[in-house]
Ligand binder design. Structure first.
Ligand SMILES: Nc1ncnc2c1ncn2[C@@H]1O[C@H](COP(=O)(O)OP(=O)(O)OP(=O)(O)O)[C@@H](O)[C@H]1O
Length: 267
């Protein structure tokens, strides 16, 4: 199967050529197949968010190139890339207009990357489409279609953010610790919804998590990042029977360090 995403020798420096220079991504070589669900873990400051930001186009990489469906997107900015790359952030408020209703937020998401044509008939059709999608979440959120999204709980908001991110079937879905701000029960519900949406649409997905169990339980491949380098890359067979303890040992063997990250170890 063809590569959906390809990163070739990607390097990223912050504050290049200053005393504060940090080499955050170091010669990243990474490919993802279409439909692959990859989880990524690593200690604080390993460069996970920077890697996602580089793929999303939040800032230009210092060197190297990024290909999506064989097209070089390295020079495209975040808005141009958002036509085919969706992202869900840790903060459930990010990516939504908190003063607009659930329905209005979904309408904005549905227009992403398309020409906006609004007619009464289309608005009514969209409304029933959104109600069906909300029903699919099985959280009773179809009743909240006219509620301001800012008034919903973190878990409810995050499930709608997920729906918004997947409404137009993105080529690539980036999940940036999207359950980390939720309580354990909501986090579990959202992870199950995430898997459901990914499976239904066969979405190519890259998920950062601090939860090692989730990193092992979800997706077909697991990557560990350490000091800006990929130190572990496990396929489905390799990660199938691994425990969190095995993962910690593997990390130590490959990087020469133990994970100095309480958030990761406390999971
Ligand atoms: N905008 C920025 N300007 C300068 N340095 C930055 C910036 N963003 C991140 N860094 C630095 O880059 C390094 C990697 O940060 P990044 O946020 O990518 O790590 P992370 O693996 O996502 O960490 P965490 O798990 O703690 O969120 C850190 O040393 C961080 O201080």
């Amino acid at each position: 199967m063809a590569n959906l995403l390809e990163l070739n020798n990607v390097n990223h420096y912050f504050h290049l050529n200053t005393v504060h220079e940090t080499h955050v991504l170091q010669d990243i070589q990474l490919t993802m197949k279409e439909g692959e669900f990859v989880t990524i873990i690593g200690g604080n400051g390993a460069g996970k968010s920077t890697l996602l930001n580089s793929i999303a186009g939040t800032f230009p990489v210092t060197s190297g190139n990024i290909l999506l469906n064989q097209e070089d997107i390295t020079k495209k900015n975040v808005v141009q890339r958002s036509q085919f790359i969706s992202r869900v952030f840790q903060d459930p408020k990010a990516g939504t207009a908190v003063r607009l209703t659930v329905g209005e937020n979904l309408a904005i998401a549905a227009c992403r990357g398309k020409k906006r044509t609004l007619s009464r008939a289309k608005t009514a059709k969209n409304r029933s489409f959104f109600i069906e999608k909300l029903k699919g979440l099985n959280m009773g959120l179809e009743e909240k279609i006219d509620t301001e999204i800012g008034l919903l709980s973190g878990g409810q908001r995050q499930s709608i953010t997920l729906l918004m991110a997947t409404l137009n079937k993105p080529k690539l879905l980036l999940l940036d610790e999207h359950t980390a701000a939720l309580d354990p029960k909501s986090s579990h519900i959202i992870m199950n919804k995430t898997k459901e949406l990914i499976d239904q649409q066969h979405l190519t997905t890259f998920m950062i998590t601090h939860n090692m169990e989730d990193a092992l339980n979800y997706g077909q491949r697991l990557i560990m990042l350490h000091q800006g380098k990929i130190v572990v890359d496990l396929d489905e067979t390799a990660k199938k029977n691994l425990t969190v303890a095995d993962l910690l040992t593997l990390f130590q063997e490959q990087s020469g360090h133990s994970i100095q990250d309480d958030a990761l170890l406390l999971q």
